[in-house]
Design a protein around this ligand. Structure first.
Ligand code: NAP
Length: 453
């Protein structure tokens, strides 16, 4: 047998978002054993939520992509876009990957939404934030969403950062939007939108809200926007209550500041926070016309968690657009165990339970929580075990060239690293004349054409 120390190990990473890239960097950093990384994405373009999730008016957050570009330029790294894990004729299966690679790391994120399970949830005009975010970010799956923006008031369900992102995107001044890489179809629709108000509803109180302070604070810097909070929901002194975490205290100070300032009736746009409200029913004839909110009180359970309890009181709010921003959810991967309750793959420090040579990182590992940087530590933990396991095994026989030939044969629209760089250069070039970071290409065929130069 060939001395296996002379051949590199070959690791597949399925998914090219932050957790996938941090895993790739950690593997290449590990140095020993010698490791090659192939990263796959079902889209032509890499970077996952950094391209298709982070709000376009947050270019600083998106700039983390420069780290991923550096990783992609390292020796031993290859990107293969338009490679989908599945069972279709142009898909690759999990078994085929396991046959060709020494280890497979799944970095597929949380690709779907948590459901509200209330009547009217699927009426036209009731939209999951995961779809709306994909739409304004030019994710090819959501280009045709056509959210109805012919309504003055939108209601956003959820009190997390995604709720803030979607509410802000609806209310940003047109000039601010036009400076971003918002997909052109969304830019034109948002510029023509009738939405003047976004009502952001949290089912628990302001203390329990999941917003981060930077995201709340930046609202006061947005032109033409008044932020409205009922002073009774954030009474004076609330930020001084005992036992509050620093972030919560700061959030409460900001919310209290909005409450004290009061609404500016002359502002063209209005964002209102309403706490202790749960969606009960969405009503309308063929499309959303109103939402019924249940009014809650808070109760602390035996486990110490503060829960929302329905008081039975109701409030009806006329609206043509409901955005459901109540969290993302992972999808089961064929052949892998799946925990339905958490929407994640069961694992022990990244090693998939009851499987060999299969690992998870990111949201499919720990659920949809944390900021981009959280994925670094998370990926390092998994990669530590991948490296440990690789050192105990001889590498597979398949050479990287054989694997590439097989992939190109199976996936006719494959986009490699060079192809992605051609797309990237084209998009940036289109943005230059108007000072935009890029103008995104959203059509699959056009992306393939561009990738071939
Ligand atoms: P999230 O932070 O978990 O917030 C989800 C919100 O939905 C919570 O307020 C939750 O309330 C509420 N909710 C859940 N089920 C509900 C129901 N059935 N009815 C009403 N409300 C419900 O999730 P996210 O906003 O999707 O964000 C995901 C992750 O990405 C977070 O870690 C977030 O910080 C991060 N992110 C960061 C940025 C940024 O840094 N700028 C931007 C976007 C996202 P309860 O607390 O009562 O469950």
């Amino acid at each position: 047998m060939e001395n296996h120390t002379t051949r590199p190990h070959h690791v597949a990473i399925v998914g090219s978002g932050p957790s996938g890239f941090y895993a790739a960097a950690a593997l290449l950093d590990a140095g020993a054993p010698d490791v090659r990384v192939d990263m796959f994405d079902r889209l032509a373009t890499p970077w996952g939520l950094v391209r298709a999730g982070v709000a376009p008016d947050h270019p600083k957050i998106k700039s983390v992509s420069s780290q991923y570009t550096k990783t992609a330029a390292r020796e031993g790294f290859r990107f293969f876009g338009h490679v989908c894990l599945g069972s279709g004729p142009t898909d690759v299966t999990r078994e085929e990957l396991l046959e060709r690679y020494d280890a497979v790391i799944y970095a597929v994120g949380s690709q779907t939404e948590r459901r509200l399970r209330i009547p009217g949830e699927d009426l036209r005009g009731s939209i999951a934030s995961v779809d709306f975010v994909g739409w304004y970010n030019g994710h090819p799956d959501f280009v045709d969403l056509e959210p109805p923006l012919d309504t003055e008031r939108a209601v956003v369900i959820g009190a997390g950062n995604v709720a803030l992102d979607v509410a802000r995107m609806l209310l940003l001044p047109e000039a601010d939007l036009r400076a971003t890489d918002t997909a052109d179809h969304a830019l034109e629709a948002l510029a023509a939108s009738s939405v003047r108000e976004a009502l952001v509803c949290g089912r628990r109180g302001p203390v329990e809200a999941a917003f981060t302070t930077t995201e709340l604070r930046e609202l006061s810097d947005i032109d033409d926007l008044t932020v409205v909070v009922d002073p009774e929901q954030v009474p004076a002194g609330i930020a001084d209550s005992e036992g509050l975490a620093k972030g919560t205290r700061r959030n409460l100070e900001i919310l209290r500041g909005f409450a004290e300032a009061g609404p500016d009736a002359s502002a063209p746009h209005r964002m209102e926070f309403r706490f202790l409200r749960s969606p009960v029913e969405i009503r309308g004839d063929g499309r959303v016309e109103e939402i019924v909110l249940g009014i809650n009180r808070l109760e602390t359970g035996e486990d110490g968690r503060v829960r929302a309890v329905d008081t039975g009181e109701r409030e009806t709010v006329p609206t043509g657009l409901v955005l459901r921003a109540v969290g993302y959810r992972g999808l089961a991967l064929p052949g892998l165990p799946f925990d339905e309750a958490t929407g994640t793959v069961p694992h022990t420090e990244g090693r998939v339970d009851s499987r060999e040579r299969e690992y998870v990182v990111g949201w499919i590992k720990r659920g949809p929580t944390g900021i981009i940087g959280t994925n670094k530590k998370d990926a390092n933990e998994t990669v530590r075990h991948v490296v440990e396991d690789l050192t105990t095994r001889a590498p597979r026989e398949h050479s990287p060239d054989e694997v590439e030939a097989w992939l190109r044969d199976r996936c006719p629209d494959l986009v490699d690293q060079q192809g992605w760089e051609a797309i990237d250069a084209h998009e940036r070039g289109r943005g230059d004349p108007t000072g935009r970071p890029r103008v995104k290409v959203v059509d699959r065929d056009e992306l393939v054409k561009l990738s071939r130069g």
